[in-house]
Design a protein around this ligand. Structure first.
Ligand code: ADP
Ligand code: MG
Length: 379
């Protein structure tokens, strides 16, 4: 970077998903909220039509000409460090989406710093995409709205990075609001803000990061997506979103056991999201605990994406006073969340640490998150 004042600073948050796991790419429902940990991008313009990215995540710098982005993605993505495919991929996706020519926009230097733990199931990837998309949208005068920026982030992650993820993370990061979750219909992309009222109810949202790294690009995640596609095809519907719990008996006769259980998770999870929204509105956050617990059991037993560390975290939290707890994010590692009365936060923290030690696991990182604002310009 040049050391001069940046032309601006933008940021976008990580997210926690309250409920609705592996429903997004099945056109279903999710209920994430933006968290109070953000990724910041300082942007400086440059005159030579190039884009340079640097991140505190990695000492290296990556730089390409804007008109080379089309050659880089997707086939030559290996020419730059993997982390750089996120910000460069967003630049590529924005130009591709809008049809704006690379030589019609200014070159940029992007300096990235993040508070979002990487690979913890809190979507550091959507945070970097949202902050870079916001910075470039404004600097390049593209005029895209928040939903379009979320879609550009997803396009970058799917095509440029090569991770086949859904739209939830980007929508939560772009649209988050303080003390509220975003109810998202992943088919229509319609959203509704749902008040959480955690503070008023004397509740904290505790994250138990297992320190087990997950990866979207590898085996298990792709396999689950394939099973969902097979399930929908066999049931004759465009997506699992089009099934309800009433269809499950027929699904049981048509699908093999493993595919049936994958389908049952998605179909019941969609229903749990709808139930959680209703219960939050009618009874408040203290009444959603059983839904969180049922969601975890479904991921553990039917979708089989939990790991012993996540099960241990959930069980320890519930024993120590959590109202509800579940793994969050794609699974195979990452974090669990627990809804905990303020008075029991320390007990849950201690219980998780003790249970991990007793099982011989690496010590977890335990911290609270607050539902917070989505992407914004900071300076
Ligand atoms: P997560 O659950 O945190 O989103 P992902 O595997 O989807 O996990 O994304 C993590 C990847 O995103 C990192 O390995 C890195 O490539 C990229 N990334 C996240 N934050 C940053 C950052 N601040 N700077 C550079 N790259 C980042
Ligand atoms: Mg991610």
């Amino acid at each position: 970077m040049t050391g001069a004042d940046p032309a601006g600073v933008w940021s976008s948050p990580g997210r926690a998903n309250l409920i609705g796991e592996h429903t997004d790419y099945n056109d279903g429902f999710v209920l994430p909220f933006a968290i109070d940990r953000r990724t910041f991008v300082a942007l400086d313009t440059r005159e030579d039509g190039r884009i340079r990215v640097a991140s505190t995540f990695d000492g290296a710098v990556a730089e390409v000409a804007l008109d080379e982005l089309d050659d880089l993605f997707p086939d030559r993505r290996g020419d730059v460090p993997e982390w750089a495919t996120y910000p460069l991929g967003v630049a590529w996706a924005l130009l591709r989406t809008t049809g704006v020519a690379a030589d019609a926009v200014t070159g940029v230097d992007l300096a990235i710093a993040s508070e979002v733990p990487v690979g913890a199931g809190l979507s550091s990837s959507a945070a970097i995409e949202g902050s870079v998309a916001s910075a470039l949208n404004e600097t390049w005068g593209l005029g895209l709205d928040r939903v379009a920026l979320a879609q550009a982030g997803r396009l970058a992650e799917n095509e440029a990075v090569g991770a086949p993820t859904g739209i939830m993370d980007q929508m939560a990061s772009m649209l988050g609001q303080p003390d509220a979750a975003i109810f998202l219909d992943c088919r229509s992309l319609d959203t509704d803000v749902v008040d959480l009222g955690f503070a008023e109810a004397g509740l904290a949202l505790v994250v138990i990061d297992t320190q087990v790294e997950h990866s979207h690009a590898t085996g298990g995640y792709r396999e689950r997506r394939a099973a969902c596609e097979l399930g929908a095809r066999t049931m004759g519907v465009p997506a699992l979103r089009d099934l309800t719990v009433d269809d499950l008996p027929r699904a049981a006769t048509l699908l093999d056991d493993v595919t049936f259980r994958r389908v049952r998770h998605v179909v019941t999870e969609d229903q749990r999201v709808l139930d959680t929204v209703r219960v939050l509105r009618e009874e408040g956050p203290r009444a959603i605990g059983d839904l969180l617990v049922a969601s975890h059991a479904s991921m553990r037993d039917d979708f089989e994406i939990s790991v012993p560390e996540l099960d241990t975290a959930v069980e320890a939290a519930l024993r120590a006073g959590a109202i509800g707890a579940r793994m969050t994010g794609g699974g195979f590692g990452g974090a669990a969340i627990a809804l905990v009365p303020h008075a029991d936060v320390q007990a849950v923290t201690d219980a998780a640490a003790a249970a991990f030690e007793a099982s011989g696991f690496r010590a977890p990182h335990v911290f609270t998150v607050t539902p917070s604002a989505g992407a914004r310009r900071d300076a």
